[in-house]
Design a protein around this ligand. Structure first.
Ligand code: NDP
Length: 449
């Protein structure tokens, strides 16, 4: 055991030295290294081929200037990124994030996570991620369009349906993907599956919009089933009020659960009566059409309460779905959730729980599904969208939903296969090892590239 600990520490020392100022990337790699080092240490071929060292180094990083004109005619300059992390098992695949906090280290963490997540989906996709420090909040549709066109004017030469296929993430939804796709098509003179998350009218897939939230809920359902439980009758807290949060709320409600919170970066709304289908439709219009703030919920639904600058983790619940952003659950939040009786945490967001928080969940032996497994439904349906685009065909809604459900079940089974110890499933270890082995074996087969 101490040999493994020493190996992790030696590996991390050189990673930290090589990647200064990238705390999220270091955090993500450390978690995977801890899980997979026993396998690396006991597999001489992995060690000799320096698989871990290579997997933590992006194959390619593209950084570019994105100049655009705002509505006053003033020039704005943002920075664009695409991290092409690993293509051992398929074309680079992963979302674009538009948010002021975007930087190289943040996107490297997301691209790194994406490699293992994509591997888990059973679809042949490599890992990548990209985005910009552009903030779509408060911008007009025309400003967002001009930004997207400028961003794509550089990105288009690096992507392609068999090379690198971006999708959405924070700040990049249907509207942004539409503008990005329009500009790609104009520049490349090709209608193809170069982006996923497109609108249904532009070659998108049914259920892609819903996929991450639905998939995370299906994953929670699978975890609960291992203890003879289900979502029916359970109280759920959800953070965020964007794409993932909205469709998690929809599926939890459809399965008989009661959702009592949503949030955004200004605070949390608590509705003890439950955010039912009708209230959720109002939220979707608020966030996706009127582009308002979640606090407005309490003006409309008077029995609900707004808690400024607070997260939902101290609201009593059975299940928690962190669905906003990274590092939103610390050790104290995790302890509060466990003490209040929470039995299941399914991560819709990427790396929303800090390492100390994960330790609390694992020590308490609750059902804890890490993002790279629990939220893989989004990229899985993106993979299905690529398959449909290559056939110039659109599958039926129920057909895609059934496939999504099957994929989430298979990801869950794989986590159990690699993560079960003495009757307890450590989903972190299970997801990391299952995701790693497939990519590592492909890298071995392809030589030193
Ligand atoms: P959206 O942009 O649709 O929504 C993001 C939500 O999270 C908003 O409510 C936003 O509030 C809130 N949020 C964002 N940043 C912060 C912050 N720093 N602090 C507090 N709240 C914040 O994004 P998505 O729903 O698509 O993504 C949410 C999470 O899910 C991300 O971690 C993403 O990586 C992950 N994910 C998304 C997938 C997808 O298919 N879209 C797939 C897999 C994972 P505000 O409006 O105030 O910023």
């Amino acid at each position: 055991m101490s040999k493994v600990i020493d190996a992790v520490s030696a590996f991390m020392d050189q990673l930290v030295a090589k990647n200064p100022g990238q705390p999220e990337f270091i955090q993500a790699v450390h978690e995977v290294a801890e899980s997979v080092m026993p396998i690396v240490e006991s597999t001489p071929a992995y060690r000799k081929a320096k698989i871990l060292e290579r997997i933590a180094e992006p194959e390619r990083v593209i950084i570019f200037r994105v100049p655009w004109l705002d509505d006053r005619g003033d020039i704005q300059v943002n920075r664009g990124f695409r991290i092409e992390m690993n293509s051992a098992i398929g074309p680079y695949k992963g979302g674009l994030r538009f948010h002021p906090t975007v930087n190289l280290g943040l996107l490297k963490f997301l691209a790194f996570e994406q490699v293992f997540k994509n591997s888990l989906t059973t679809i042949m996709m490599g890992g990548g991620k990209g985005g910009s420090d552009f903030d779509p909040k408060g911008k007009s549709d025309n400003e967002v369009m001009r930004f997207c066109q400028s961003f794509m004017s550089e990105l288009f030469r690096h992507i392609g349906p068999d090379t690198d296929v971006p999708a959405g993430d924070i700040g990049v939804g249907l509207r942004e993907i539409g503008f990005l796709f329009g500009q790609y098509k104009r520049l490349a003179n090709r209608f193809c599956g170069v982006l996923t998350g497109k609108g249904l009218e532009s070659g998108g897939s049914f259920i892609r919009l819903e996929a991450t939230g639905y998939g995370t809920t299906y994953f929670a359902q699978e975890m609960l089933a291992t203890r003879g439980e289900s979502i029916k009758g359970k109280v759920a807290v959800i953070s965020g009020s964007g794409n993932v949060a909205q469709y998690t709320a929809e599926k939890v409600t459809q399965l008989g659960g009661k959702v009592v919170t949503l949030s955004d970066s200004s605070g949390t709304i608590v509705d003890k009566d439950g955010i039912d289908e009708e209230k959720l439709a109002w939220v979707m219009d608020l966030k996706n059409v009127r582009r308002g703030r979640i606090s407005e919920y309490c003006d409309k639904f008077k029995r609900a309460e707004f808690r400024p600058n607070q997260r939902p983790w101290d609201v009593k619940c059975d299940i928690a779905f962190p669905s906003a952003t990274q590092n939103e659950i610390g050790a104290t939040d995790a302890r509060t959730l466990v003490d209040n009786g929470c039995v299941c945490v399914a991560e819709g967001a990427n790396m929303p729980t800090e390492p100390d928080g994960i330790d609390v969940f694992v020590a308490a032996k609750i059902l804890y599904g890490p993002g790279k497994a629990a939220n893989a439904g989004g990229v899985a349906v993106s993979g299905l969208e690529m398959a449909q685009n290559s056939q110039f065909h659109q599958w039926r809604r129920d057909e895609v939903d059934t496939r999504l459900h099957g994929i989430m079940r298979s990801i869950h089974d794989n986590c159990v296969k690699y993560g079960e110890e003495n009757g307890f499933v450590n989903y972190v270890r299970g997801a990391n090892i299952a995701g790693f082995v497939k990519v590592a074996d492909a890298m071995l087969a392809q030589g030193v590239v």
